[in-house]
Design a protein around this ligand. Sequence first.
Ligand code: DGL
Length: 269
Amino acid sequence: MAVGIFDSGLGGLTVLDAVEKRLPDVPFVYLADSANAPYGVRTSDDIYALTCAAVTRLFDAGCNLVILACNTASAAALRRMQESWVPPDKRVLGVFVPLIEAMTERQWGDNSPPREVDVKHVALFATPATVASRAFQRELAFRAIGVDVEAQACGGVVDAIEDGDMILAEALVRSHVDALKRKMPDPDAAILGCTHYPLMQQEFQDALGGDVRVFSQASLVAESLADYLLRHPDMLGTGASDFLTTGDPRRVSDRATQFLRRQITFQSA
Ligand code: DGL
């Protein structure tokens, strides 16, 4: 029994890398639904069906706990899955809440009423489906008051990263940051609300300027998972780590190896 990490493609590797470093003794099974990526341009029903299928594959691989290392799936499918689909002996967690807890300076799992926080103007960069879901604003409203959020749907960035076209990805990041700044000229914080975007973190920071605090999820999710496993040791996995993809294993392995700068070998899911 390992802990499952799911993403539509390669972006969740940014989360996997951080959780492996934070929890070196925990085995992880990573599943990339590369055949169906990107999710960010799909309808929520479609994202729900694909995410349930992928999580089922991870349950079948022996995972009792699955992290959706995909904001799009967390935003469009997680609540519905938790309400009516996840079996009682399994857990599925998303990546939104740890980020919002950190941004609103809360302890992990603190459910006290919303309060004023330091950040006032937040730029959210995410996929079109995540922006359309308004899940970030909803989760934020449970925890903070008086925060102005401007969301920018970053079409094309995930496709460029999955294709390994980093020059296009960089140009798109600059144009999405420019578009955001036309709506909110002086954000004090920016959220990289897609697990692919930390692969372009420097480009976001350069385009936003050094004064903007950029929150990215990987290390926050790792801390929150460590805390969760401390409170739920029964979910702590044993067994072997593995990398699974619904796409072409050789192509996905090459890209993953390039991104993480270590050999990664995917098998067919
Ligand atoms: N990395 C994902 C996310 O965090 C997936 C993006 C996509 O497939 O469009 O949203």
